[in-house]
Design a protein around this ligand. Structure first.
Ligand code: IMP
Ligand code: MG
Length: 177
């Protein structure tokens, strides 16, 4: 079993690079078909989606733009505890077909907040594209238009995803053992 040590934790390979690439190509083809003629604006969410976005965008074969956004977390006083603010949106998204690109949707709270924030700027449409979804962890209903893979409710690293900032720089995805 191929393992990866990230700080104090050991991970085992769970999704090999070839399978990731196959699913990324499938989703890119779906987006290229659905969004033909609409010049979509991709909004990858940093940091986790940087590798996924780089691979995805190179497989999309229609005219499109890309602009990166980031989330700043701070402790809030609302029911969800942590409010994550969308920062760094440099592009005007008014009237645009926007595709949010995420590494993983866990509880879905981050994505729900992001959709709500972007909606205020009157885009023509908002689509959600996530490399991974943990269906058993979802706490809110959100539309997920494009997803590469569903995974169990386990902690994973690699291919952009981190444990305490480390472990992003792998081609495969690893699960905590
Ligand atoms: P949500 O708001 O609960 O959906 O959280 C989504 C965010 O949590 C993702 O963008 C990741 O940054 C992080 N996250 C959730 N699950 C994992 C995991 O298994 N490994 C690494 N990061 C994760
Ligand atoms: Mg993330």
């Amino acid at each position: 079993m191929e393992t990866l040590q990230v700080k104090d934790k050991t991970f085992a390979i769970s999704i090999p690079a070839a399978e990731i690439q196959q699913q990324v190509r499938r989703v890119a083809a779906e987006i290229s078909k659905d969004m033909a003629g609409r010049d979509p604006l991709f909004l990858p969410v940093l940091n986790g989606s940087f590798i996924f976005a780089a691979d995805l965008l190179r497989e999309v074969n229609i005219p499109c733009e890309v602009s990166f956004i980031k989330l700043a977390s701070y402790q809030g006083t609302n029911s969800t505890g942590t409010i994550r603010e969308v920062i760094g949106l440099a592009s005007d998204i008014t009237g645009r077909d926007v595709i949010i690109v995420e590494d993983i949707i866990d509880s879905g709270l981050t994505m729900a907040h992001m959709i709500e924030t972007l909606q205020k700027q009157n885009p023509a449409s908002i689509s959600v594209c996530s490399l991974l979804v943990k269906p058993d962890a979802l706490k809110v209903q959100i539309p997920i238009h494009y997803r590469c893979m569903d995974i169990p409710n386990d902690f994973i690293v690699g291919y952009g995803l981190d444990y305490d900032g480390f472990g992003r720089n792998t081609k495969d995805i690893y699960t905590l053992v």
